[in-house]
Design a protein around this ligand. Structure first.
Ligand code: PLP
Length: 386
């Protein structure tokens, strides 16, 4: 008898993970790979975090914690909002999660019914779309381009909704975003918040790249509205990807259902990571030093990629990504990236991961690694393209 395999689990792969696998296989065969595909810092967690982890390993039972996270850590995150943005928030509204990825599952299940409609920018982080579809929520792609800095605007939402009898239930934004690194212009940011308030749309703001910006600082949606869900993580600015820790700031009306979902889905976020991460908020100097290194990488790539034929680049206001329009080079970004890896050893991610409609003519470079790696990569790409 053939057993049923559920359709909702048949979501697309996260292609960057496939690219990473191909790059790792190449490395295992003794070939050198320059990693511009991985969206993670090449640095470890700051020393005080490592020391706190060692201490916790020797003197702590490391059992489960409260489903919403260790009380002290929730307070420390609330204090971070005061220090970083000058915004007050009660620790009761902070939920510690298993990476921001765990936060998305809790956010989507608590805020939306199956069949609801949630809008997001395309190109965008692929897991939003894939998690939403796995839990039966309809995804409405808002196609964005350089004219709006690859970000949604009220006008684009109106155009996408035009003539549709169904309401929009949610909107996900990320500023800076992955894969474009672009930020929402200040005027559009306020306009989007007003739009959601007027129309009763639940706004979810993914603030994972806050702290990594190269001009103006990112503003938190929390400063402007209390019924949005704010998602953040220790993975990027705080350089703690594998610790699998993130947090949410949630509206009062969702706290209890998020607590019940977290109890049942995860029991608690990782205890060792919670014990150690509390120290990371006092490591701003070290963390800002990492951002200064990303800024150097960014300048080098923005200056030199055009010499290699990659000359239509998104603004890269923050995060550690450059999104390139490569329509002048290919109409099949996946084949192009495979060939680029095979012929130059430079790994990067095809745009199809982020934009199912137009990604075949885009690709993403990540500049989270070392400056020397970036320099060698642009050098090889230049020679390859000549
Ligand atoms: C925009 C964005 N959100 C969320 C995540 C997930 O991060 P984590 O689960 O490590 O917090 C990523 C990872 O690359 C990302 O780019």
């Amino acid at each position: 008898m053939v057993l049923k395999v559920a359709k909702r689990g048949a979501i697309p792969p996260f292609i960057v993970m496939d690219v990473m696998r191909a790059a790792n296989e190449r490395e295992a065969q003794g070939e050198e790979v320059l990693h511009l595909e991985v969206g993670q810092p090449g640095t470890s967690a700051p020393k005080p975090v490592l020391e706190a982890a060692k201490e916790a390993l020797t003197d702590d039972l490391l059992g489960y914690t409260d489903a919403l996270g260790i009380r002290n850590l929730r307070h420390r995150i609330a204090q971070h909002y005061q220090e970083f943005y000058g915004v007050r928030v009660e620790a009761d509204r902070i939920v510690v999660t298993t990476g921001s990825s765990g936060g998305f599952v809790l956010a989507f299940l608590s805020a939306f019914e199956a069949g609801d409609r949630v809008a997001l920018a395309s190109p965008g982080y692929p897991a939003y779309r894939n998690i939403l579809s796995a839990v039966g929520i309809q995804v409405m792609d808002i196609e964005t381009g350089p004219d709006t800095n690859f970000q949604p605007t009220p006008d684009l939402l109106d155009q996408a909704l035009h003539g549709s009898p169904e309401p929009l239930d949610g909107l996900i934004i990320a500023s800076p975003s992955n894969p474009t690194g672009t930020m929402i212009h200040t005027a559009d940011f306020k306009a989007l918040i007003g739009y959601c308030q007027d129309k009763g749309i639940r706004l979810i703001s993914d603030e994972i790249y806050h702290g990594i910006t190269y001009g103006r600082s990112a503003e938190t949606v929390l400063a402007h509205m209390n019924d949005a869900i704010i998602i953040n993580s220790f993975s990027k600015y705080f350089s703690m990807t594998g610790w699998r820790l993130g947090w949410m700031v949630v509206p009062e009306d969702l706290i209890r259902s998020i607590e019940c979902l977290a109890q049942n889905l995860f029991i608690s976020p990782p205890t060792l990571s919670q014990r150690a991460s509390i120290k990371v908020f006092d490591c701003r100097k070290e963390l800002d030093g990492y951002v200064a290194r990303y800024a150097e990488n960014r300048s080098l790539l923005l200056e030199q990629l055009p010499n290699a034929g990659f000359d239509k680049l998104a603004s890269a206001d923050g995060a550690f990504y450059i999104y390139a329009d490569i329509a002048n080079l290919t109409n099949d970004s996946q084949e192009f990236c495979n060939r680029m890896l095979a012929e130059t050893g430079v790994a990067a991610t095809p745009g199809v991961d982020f934009d199912p409609g137009r990604g075949h003519r885009y690709m993403r470079f990540s500049f989270a690694g070392e400056l020397a790696v970036m320099a060698e990569a642009v050098d090889r790409l230049g020679r390859w393209r000549r």
